[in-house]
Ligand binder design. Structure first.
Ligand SMILES: [Mg+2]
Ligand SMILES: [Zn+2]
Length: 220
């Protein structure tokens, strides 16, 4: 019996052309955000801690501006709509596994027919003076990375004996997940990681590239 295909697809820098969190920070430019990014990249602090600290620099009084900017600034990568349709036709389970934040993820994914229970991301509240990020999808007992939104916990919940697990991603939030799956579709920093660790991967520019490769490769 062949396995069922399941795809864990990143959002920022993958479904969207750019990273929305970085775009928000660059645009509103609160003092100190760049130092926090450096600390995340050199692993002095966890992704969860860093993302939480960055958003805590933004006052909730600017909520409308921030939400509007995030939504209007994002560009969806070519072929994504067709890719969502393709997965549906082929009975491939498509999960959006994103370290991004609900206030831009849900509006940006609204035009696509993706059930909300297939979308995993961080949450947020604007009730205090500064934006507070909430973490409904935290790490399980096997993950010590303090991801915030833990992709490996979600991937592990789909048995490797039953599923052909595929990740699509671009950056640090995908590194640990990529180590678990059968197939990696990579861009940017995720390509560098694959090269360093000598992992096989497929690079992509658009979702058409991914569909082509999925068609070419029979389900394992
Ligand atoms: Mg990303
Ligand atoms: Zn984790």
């Amino acid at each position: 019996m062949s396995k069922e295909r399941i795809i864990f697809c990143d959002f920022d820098g993958t479904i969207t052309v750019n990273d929305n969190i970085v775009a928000i920070m660059k645009h509103f430019n609160p003092a100190g955000w760049e130092a926090i990014v450096e600390q995340i990249l050199d692993k002095t602090i966890s992704i969860r801690q860093g993302v939480g600290e960055m958003f805590a620099l933004l006052p909730t009084s600017r909520k409308d501006e921030i939400v509007e900017y995030a939504i209007n600034n994002a560009v969806i990568r070519d072929g994504f709509k067709e890719f969502v349709d393709y997965c549906k036709e082929q009975n491939i389970k498509l999960l959006i596994t994103s370290g991004g934040i609900d206030f831009f993820i849900y509006p940006l994914l609204k035009p696509f027919a993706i059930p909300s229970e297939h979308i995993y991301c961080n949450a947020s509240t604007f009730e205090g003076n500064a934006i507070e990020i909430l973490w409904p999808n935290h790490c399980d007992e096997h993950c010590k990375t303090d991801c915030g939104m833990c992709k490996t916990s979600i991937i592990r919940s789909y048995d490797a004996n039953q599923y052909e697990r595929i990740i699509i991603g671009d950056s640090i939030t995908d590194f640990e997940g990529a180590k678990l799956v059968d197939t990696i579709f990579a861009r940017s920093h995720l390509i560098d990681m694959c090269k360093q660790l000598d992992y096989p991967y497929h690079s992509f520019e658009t979702f058409f590239d991914i569909m082509k490769q999925l068609e070419a490769e029979p389900v394992v």
